[in-house]
Design a protein around this ligand. Structure first.
Ligand code: KIV
Ligand code: ZN
Length: 517
């Protein structure tokens, strides 16, 4: 039977150690609760000796999240170990994770100690940590560039002092999969006591091999992998949790291991993390990137529309993603175009579809992304000049270090004035939520960019917006010296198009003979 592997999530510790990834203790707690829902076994919550904030983050998580083991990092210093133990005090399951570098490069250049001193520090640190908890992990930092004999001596000492997990990190992402697997085999063979502990892999992605190395380590006997959501972390990041988990799910005959992670929580966790740190995975990121289940090429779209398996090895629902998306662009074919028109409520006959397709390919050559409103423009000349139904008559926003709140009034020729208030994570979010409430529409922001139109302190700002309103993708723009107002006006512009699109759709149902390009 495939072995069980412990999923050790270090998003809140190693993941946070990258420019722009800092998280407040409150954000860490929200993420820790979601990591609990995801089903990870261990949450490394932080490095308590590093800062007050880290200490508080670990302590709050230890007090509130009870199913997974909560781990805290410590150097081989009494002060660090004591700080970790104090912060972990409320935890139901706690682990102290001590580490020291074992490569000569790090010993000589960074720590300026010799090998004997290193061994003594390991001995003392593991012993001290064991005084606080029976669950102690020891990491030999830079293990993959360490002398093998010395590494084995250190590992043997850590186990003799009571370490229960031994981690062999590829700290600088230097190893190749076969080499990393060989390291695990060698350490297991030379240190027979490793049979009584859990061996762990911890890989960085400097050569893009972190996940491949983690899987190779599992194959060679590792029974814990350390990873982060979206692969965030120092420099090029850590091994991506979602990729390791899904490799095991999709290729169980080859990547033979089992784990407790619930894949359906993957997308939600990835999005929460992006939302908290404001950093999104690149569009082509496996499993969680915006394009992971998007198809633009005609041949692929045709295949996926017949049967998703043709071009998808993972059904998007399996990881809690909304579904495959058929994106219209210059490589798309008639099938996809026809399907989108049908979804928008139109039924073009064969010759109309042909005309539309010709116009569509000409447009797609010029435009990076085709929105529903472009399709409507091809169909109904002049669609862009949507009549004004909604008008923003009042906008008042308050914001500061906490939530922002907005108060809006929307009126217009076809719409009795309505007011609404809403809060949001920032003034634009609050204004959008209030406008959505006032007009009773479901609005999803796809893209928002801000441009400065005129130079100087009172410069005019322009907001360009792409939104999905009740399922239709539309754009809007607005300008003002106040950027929040510009955003609100852009949204109202898009709402007017949505209303116009609805009107045209209704008319087309009663006049289905009318088609014009
Ligand atoms: O990359 C590394 O070596 C680490 C250790 C502290 C485990 O993050
Ligand atoms: Zn690391």
């Amino acid at each position: 039977m495939a072995p069980d592997v412990v999923i050790f999530d270090t998003t809140l510790r190693d993941g946070e150690q990258a420019p722009g990834n800092a998280m407040s203790p409150e954000a860490k707690l929200r993420l820790a609760r979601q990591l609990d829902a995801l089903g990870v076994d261990v949450i490394e919550a932080g490095f308590p000796a590093a800062s007050q904030g880290d200490w508080r983050g670990v302590q709050q998580i230890a007090a509130a999240v009870h199913r997974p083991t909560i781990a805290a990092l410590a150097r081989c210093h009494d002060r660090d170990i004591d700080a970790a133990a104090e912060a972990l005090q409320p935890a139901q399951r706690k682990r102290i994770h001590v580490f020291i570098a074992t490569s000569d490069l790090h010993l000589e250049q960074k720590l300026r100690i010799d090998r004997a001193t290193c061994i003594e520090r390991v001995r003392a640190a593991v012993r001290r940590a064991r005084g606080y908890t029976g669950d102690v992990e020891f990491s030999a930092e830079d293990a993959t560039r360490s002398d093998l004999d010395f590494l084995c001596s250190v590992v043997a000492v850590a186990i003799a002092e009571g370490a229960t997990t031994i981690n062999l990190p590829d700290t600088v992402g230097y190893a190749m999969p076969a080499e990393y697997a060989a390291l695990f085999r060698a350490v297991r063979e030379r240190v027979p006591e490793t049979a009584n502990v859990v061996l762990s892999a911890h890989c960085h992605d400097d050569l893009g091999l972190a996940v491949a190395n983690s899987l190779a380590a599992i194959d060679a006997g590792a029974r814990q992998v350390e990873c982060t959501v979206n692969g965030i972390g120092e420099r090029a990041g850590n091994a991506a949790l979602e990729e390791i988990v899904m490799a095991g799910r999709v290729r169980p005959q080859v990547a033979q291991f089992r784990c407790q992670v619930n894949p359906r929580e993957i997308t939600r966790t990835s999005r929460l993390l992006s939302h908290e740190i404001g950093v999104f995975p690149q569009p082509n990121k496996a499993i969680v990137g915006r394009n992971a289940f998007a198809h633009e090429a005609g041949i692929h779209q045709h295949g996926v529309l017949q049967n998703g398996l043709t071009y998808e090895i993972i059904a998007p629902e399996t990881v809690g993603a909304g579904g495959s998306s058929i994106v219209l662009g210059k490589h798309s074919g008639r099938h996809a175009l026809e399907r989108r028109y049908r979804q928008l409520g139109y039924e073009p006959d064969a010759s109309t579809l042909e005309q539309l397709y010709e116009a569509f390919t000409a447009l797609a050559d010029k435009k990076r992304q085709i929105l529903d409103e472009d399709l409507l423009t091809l169909l109904h000349d002049g669609f862009h000049h949507a009549p004004e139904v909604y008008n923003l008559t009042h906008l008042q926003v308050t914001c500061g270090t906490k939530m922002a709140a907005a108060d809006v009034r929307v009126a217009g020729p076809g719409f009795d004035e309505r007011s609404a208030t809403a809060t949001g994570n920032g003034p634009i979010a609050a204004a959008f939520a209030a406008i959505a409430e006032a007009v009773g529409r479901t609005i999803e922001v796809l893209d928002l960019s801000i441009q400065s139109v005129t130079p100087g302190r009172d410069s005019l700002g322009r907001v360009l917006l792409q939104v999905r309103i009740d399922g239709k993708s539309l754009s809007g723009h607005g300008a003002s010296t106040d950027i929040v107002e510009a955003g609100a006006r852009a949204l109202v512009h898009a709402l007017n198009k949505a209303d116009h699109a609805d009107g045209l759709e209704t008319a087309s149902l009663s006049n289905s003979y009318f088609w014009g390009v």
